[in-house]
Design a protein around this ligand. Structure first.
Ligand code: AHN
Ligand code: ZN
Length: 335
């Protein structure tokens, strides 16, 4: 007999209570079955690779985006005006930083924030500058020339611009910051054999990690794209991402697999990279991964176009951009 039976004065009341209890639990159970899982329900926008490709071509058309040049300035202005048009809160960081050989160069980080008031945030990033020297080029005459950086720079930014556009069209649950880092690629070229002590890569991300755009900036996690747009790209799991943020590596690679992009996102360990995710992990303590085209079996660990004059629009692929961009949108909108 129910231990609350004494609460009910007569048989009818007991019957009524019994029916009420049955109804209550019946409805609760039914409701539980009918309640959709928000993670499954949410509509993920379709990543438009034609747009991402066009945004990449626009950057490359300015010419090499080497700090101090007119092409760099014009391309920076293009990012800022485009992102503002799409409703992002744009923060620019201007600073002077020192290269590996003690030259002073101007730095311009560009940060696009969506729903800046939201405490739960995801950080997406890429470098937008291009390398001043094609030091890996087989032709010695080319080695002092600046590269187009269609994949090493522009492609990843093209993917992030398309993601920014999608966010402007459909607001996700989570706040998103998209950072375009400057001066990633002014690292010491191989033809300079002096010993300076520091290779000089990642100047923009180091600056931002020490001077975040909002005080004590934090995000749940970060995803860096680098050389994420090339024809035939394979994304082996970058070792330092696995060290600092393996749950994010797993989440991204599993999501790509689910969407049918398992050929791109290879479930094998790749090389370790000294890239913009390192200051984010080490200085800002935000777990951040690097989706970077790399190949542990390649002589230098990277594709043949890497730091050569061959890093042109001919090497950019809409299919690769779709694989990366759609995977990122799925992650952002399923948050
Ligand atoms: C190295 O680890 C030598 N390079 C990765 C950083 C980089 C340069 N990404 C593009 N260019
Ligand atoms: Zn590079």
């Amino acid at each position: 007999m129910c231990k609350f039976a004494h609460l009910f004065k007569n048989k009818d009341m007991k019957k009524l209570a019994f029916v009420a209890i049955i109804l209550f639990f019946g409805c609760a159970c039914k409701q539980k079955i009918q309640t959709p899982d928000p993670a499954i329900q949410v509509a993920v926008p379709a990543f438009n690779a034609d747009s991402a490709y066009a945004y990449t071509a626009t950057q490359v058309a300015f010419g090499p985006r080497v700090p101090k040049t007119a092409a760099h300035r014009a391309c920076g202005d293009y990012f800022v005006s485009t992102l503002q048009l799409w409703g992002a809160k744009v923060t620019q960081q201007d600073a002077t930083v020192q290269t590996y050989d003690k030259q002073l160069i101007p730095l311009r980080n560009i940060i696009a924030s969506f729903q800046p008031e939201k405490p739960k945030r995801v950080l997406l990033c890429a470098h937008w500058d291009t390398r001043p020297f094609a030091d890996q080029d087989a032709n010695a005459h080319n080695q002092h020339q600046a590269i187009d950086g269609a994949n090493d720079g522009a492609g990843a930014c093209g993917i992030l611009l398309e993601i920014a556009r999608q966010i402007s069209l459909q607001t996700p649950e989570v706040g998103v910051d998209i950072i375009f880092f400057d001066a990633e690629d002014w690292g010491q070229p191989e033809f300079d054999t002096n010993h300076y002590g520091d290779a000089g890569y990642c100047l923009g991300s180091k600056y931002w990690a020490n001077h975040p755009h909002t005080p004590n900036y934090q995000a749940q996690y970060g995803i860096l794209l680098d050389m994420a747009s090339a024809r035939g790209a394979r994304f082996y799991k970058e070792q330092r991402s696995m060290y600092y943020a393996n749950t994010i590596v797993k989440k991204v690679w599993e999501t790509a697999q689910t969407l049918g992009y398992g050929d791109y996102f290879v479930d094998q360990t790749g090389i370790g990279c000294d890239d913009d995710h390192i200051p984010i992990n080490q200085i800002r303590k935000i777990p951040c991964i690097d989706i970077i085209q790399n190949d542990p079996n390649a002589p230098k660990g990277f594709a043949g176009y890497w730091h050569t004059m061959n890093d042109t629009m001919d090497e950019v692929s809409k299919e690769t951009m779709k694989a990366v961009g759609q995977t990122l949108l799925k992650i952002v909108y399923s948050y």
